[in-house]
Design a protein around this ligand. Sequence first.
Ligand SMILES: [Zn+2]
Length: 125
Amino acid sequence: MKCSTCGKSITCGAKSSDGLICSTCFRKTHWLYGPLKRALKSGKIYGTVHSVSRSGMSRQISLYIVYKGEIFPLNWHFGDIYGKLLKNGNVRINGCGMDMLFAATNSLWRFVLPKTKPYARYIGI
Ligand SMILES: [Zn+2]
């Protein structure tokens, strides 16, 4: 996969109107960067676990932020960053023995704010 703005090869990216974009281009150009950064830094990011697979090895989840007073779903833009976006609009996360919503938020943080440490102020790093 390639970033549609700078052409750099990427393994995952955010969706924008012209295709996938890398972390750097996202921070420079995407309108969601500001709202998402504010949401992540203030801890106001919301998540739902829709279902757990029968084996218990995967979950279907969604993440949301509140943008301009309305709930804004993040799955379409960022689903492939924290899991795999499914046709039904949910995101599948594989694995077990961890907090899936934490893992998803953590991956999203690493993409949006790669130079900072997630949750540093909560765990005192
Ligand atoms: Zn790029």
